[in-house]
Ligand binder design. Sequence first.
Ligand code: TRP
Length: 323
Amino acid sequence: MKRVLSGIQPSGQLHIGNYFGMMSRMIQYQEQNELYCFIVDYHALTTINNRELLQSNTLNAAMDFLALGLDPDKSIFWIQSDVPQVTELTWLLSTVTGMGLLERATSYKDKTSRGISPNVGLFSYPILMAADILCFGGDVVPVGKDQKQHLEMTRDIAQRFNKIYGNVFVVPDADINKSLQLIPGIDGQKMSKSYGNDIPIFANEKIIRKRIMSITTDSTQIDEPKDKNTPLFQIYSLFLNENEKKELASRYDRPGLRYGDVKKELADRVIDFFQPYREKREYLENHMDYVKKVLKDGAEKASFTADKYLTKARTAMGLNYAK
Ligand code: TRP
């Protein structure tokens, strides 16, 4: 049995890019594997410095995950900062991490080029992420394509540590869904809350419809065939099985297709798809005690595993004086 592990940023309302990139796959994995899943509020602190916002985003992300089918009886689910051992491991790992490795991080370069003035935490974000994974012995890490480089960095850090201090850490494999390209947002760039181009899973119907109706399309005329390498087609495809996808493709190839009609169909589809989860989401919102209990139990279990790896690392480095 593999240990499958991943974390998600509590960046406000989670969107369908989060769902198809990571959440739905984690939920599938829980059936046959040992699942470790957490909400990365320490990471969120690199960009959010507002207590109320951080707390509500974190709990909302937890409720979203549970509503979408993460089952606390089949997984260990917690909030990152409830297992603070990862921050100690971050320090230990930072001493075997080269500056050059971090300087090459494209995600950091992206964020700073969009005008975020970086704090040290943002720069060392990948080391905290490595600690998240190595502290629990994750074998397989399902992530969206945008996290590929971070996973390579985790592997580098683990290998380097193991080489210096002996075999302490599991070197994890990234699990990136090959059939999915980066999930585009309504403007065709990568879907991201921070670009304002996302389709949130649990927003009210009106907002979801509005977002979908404003997906960027080209000015191809009705009587011409349409380009399928475009955000409307790609987003719609996420919700279709193979046959339905072929059908949509052939509608794109034939004259007569109106983008407006496709958008309306897609909006109905998205709303129907998430409808059952929406009811569960509402239930959870009215049962916060249950949600908090799940997270507390999860943190206790995760803590047990974290202690094990942290002790091994400390011992390997020569740090356990009093024991
Ligand atoms: N950086 C990841 C993202 O933005 C979130 C994350 C933090 C993560 N720690 C992790 C993902 C550990 C996988 C494993 O999506």
